[in-house]
Design a protein around this ligand. Structure first.
Ligand code: COA
Length: 368
C-alpha cells in the first residue's frame, strides 16, 4: 500500500490588515481585551478581487512548485471551505479551472474549522487505496464576508486566507499516518450561519434578521474546544502507537490562545511545542492548520522526519486529529518538468478563455 506524503505546501494571505485598534473604532472593544481573551493582534481581510478560489489557487501554485509538479500531474482536488464562492459549483472546480489541472476530479468538503483534518484524511485515503497519485488538499476561507461587523462577539475573531498541501504517493514509509474524526450535530446551533441554505432560503426576513451572518455561542464553543483538543490528540496517538514525548510539534487549529494553553496543560506539554500564529492571522477557520504548518516549515520549526499532530475543532460540531510524519519534496525541482507550476498561471488563463470560446462556438453550431 503506498504512503501519502506531504511533498509541497503553500499559503496565500490577503494584503489588507485589520488590527485590534481598527476594530475598536468599529465596535465597543479594545486591543487589550481582544489580546487577553483571544491572543489575536490582527487579521487579514480579503480585498475586492480576493475570493476563496483565488486564494486557494495561489496557495496551490506555490505548493505544486515546491513539490516539483505541475497542475497536469494532479489527480484530485479537495477544497475544504465554509465560505465557498457559491452553493454550487464547488470552489474546488473553480480552483481546478484556475490551475488548468485538466485531469483532476474536484470537490468541496464542509466540516468548518476541522475541515482540513477531514480533507487530509480523505485525500490520503485516495492515495493509500491507489485511486490517486497526486492530491491537492486546500483550506480556503473568506469568512470576513459572513461576519457581522457590528457584532463584537464574533467580528474580533475571524480572518481570511488559504493554505494548500500536495499529497503524493510513495512506497517510502512516512507521511500521513492514522487519523480520527468525530462529529456531534446536537451542538450545531453553537456556531452557525442560519440562513441561505434550504432550511431558511434567502428572503427579506432572513436578510433583516441578520441570519446570513455568523452566529456563535462563544462560551459553549470554548468549553467544547478545550475538551476535544486533548481527547483527540490522545486518541490519534494511541491509534498510531506514538507517545506524546515523541512529538516534535502539535499544530492546532488557531482559534484562541487560551484554548491552546488549556490543551498544553491537558497534555502536559510546554506551550512552545504548539505552533501558534493566530496573533497575526486570527481564526482563518479551515485554513488555519495549513497556514500554521507552512509557516512552521518556513521557520524550520518542523523538518522532514518530524512526528507531528494536526488537531482541529469547529462548527458541526466537528473535531479530529491526524498523526503525520513531515516529509518534503520527493521530486527535485525541474527533475520531472522543465516547465514549473508558475508557467501554468498564464497557460491556465489562456486555456480558460479558449474553453469558453469553444463552448460558445459549440452551442452556436448545435443551436443551428
Ligand atoms: N470586547 C470587549 N468586551 C467584550 C467583547 C469584546 N469584543 N465581547 C464580549 N465582551 C464582554 C461581554 O459583553 C461581557 O461583558 P459583561 O460581563 O459586562 O456582560 C464580557 O465581555 C464577557 O463576555 P463573554 O461573551 O461571556 O466572554 P467570554 O469569556 O465567553 O469570551 C470569547 C468571549 C469570544 C473570546 C470566547 O467565548 C471564545 O473565544 N470562545 C470560543 C470562540 C471560538 O473559538 N470560535 C471559533 C471556533 S472554530
Amino acid at each position: 500500500m503506498p504512503y501519502a506524503h506531504i511533498t509541497g505546501w503553500g499559503m496565500s494571505i490577503p494584503q489588507k490588515v485589520l488590527t485590534n485598534d481598527d476594530l475598536s473604532k468599529m465596535v465597543e472593544t479594545s486591543d487589550q481585551w481582544i489580546q487577553e481573551m483571544t491572543g489575536i493582534r490582527e487579521r487579514h481581510i480579503a480585498g475586492e478581487s480576493d475570493t476563496s478560489a483565488s486564494l486557494g489557487a495561489d496557495a496551490c501554485f506555490k505548493a505544486l512548485k515546491m513539490a516539483g509538479l505541475t497542475p497536469d500531474d494532479v489527480d484530485l482536488i479537495i477544497c475544504s471551505t465554509s465560505s465557498p464562492e457559491h452553493i454550487f459549483p464547488a470552489t474546488a472546480c473553480l480552483i481546478q479551472d484556475q490551475l488548468g489541472a485538466s485531469k483532476a476530479g474536484a470537490f468541496d468538503l464542509s466540516a468548518a474549522c476541522s475541515g482540513f483534518i477531514y480533507a487530509l484524511q480523505t485525500g490520503s485515503q485516495s492515495i493509500k487505496v491507489g485511486d490517486a497519485k497526486v492530491v491537492l488538499v486546500i483550506g480556503a476561507e473568506t469568512l470576513s464576508r459572513f461576519v457581522d461587523w457590528t457584532d463584537r462577539n464574533t467580528c474580533i475573531l475571524f480572518g481570511d486566507g488559504a493554505g494548500a498541501f500536495v499529497l503524493q504517493a510513495s512506497e517510502q514509509p512516512g507521511g500521513i499516518q492514522k487519523g480520527v474524526i468525530h462529529s456531534d450535530g446536537s451542538g450545531g446551533d453553537y456556531l452557525t450561519i442560519p440562513a441561505g441554505g434550504s432550511a431558511h432560503p434567502t428572503s427579506e426576513a432572513t436578510l433583516h434578521s441578520g441570519k446570513h451572518f455568523i452566529h456563535m455561542n462563544g462560551k459553549e464553543v470554548f468549553r467544547f474546544a478545550t475538551r476535544v483538543l486533548v481527547q483527540s490528540t490522545h486518541e490519534v496517538l494511541a491509534k498510531t502507537g506514538w507517545k506524546v514525548e515523541e512529538l516534535k510539534m502539535i499544530i492546532p487549529h488557531q482559534a484562541n490562545k487560551r484554548i491552546i494553553d488549556a490543551a498544553a496543560r491537558g497534555l502536559n506539554l510546554p506551550i512552545e511545542q504548539f505552533y501558534i500564529n493566530l496573533d497575526k492571522y486570527g481564526n482563518t477557520s479551515t485554513a488555519s492548520i495549513p497556514i500554521a504548518a507552512v509557516e512552521a516549515a518556513k521557520n524550520k520549526k518542523i523538518n522532514p522526519g518530524d512526528k507531528l499532530v494536526f488537531v482541529g475543532f469547529g462548527a458541526g460540531l466537528t473535531w479530529g486529529a491526524l498523526a503525520v510524519e513531515w516529509s518534503g519534496p520527493i521530486n527535485k525541482p525541474f527533475e520531472k518538468h522543465y516547465i514549473t507550476a508558475d508557467w501554468y498561471k498564464p497557460w491556465a488563463m489562456i486555456r480558460r478563455i479558449f474553453k469558453r470560446i469553444l463552448r460558445m462556438i459549440d452551442s452556436f453550431l448545435f443551436d443551428r
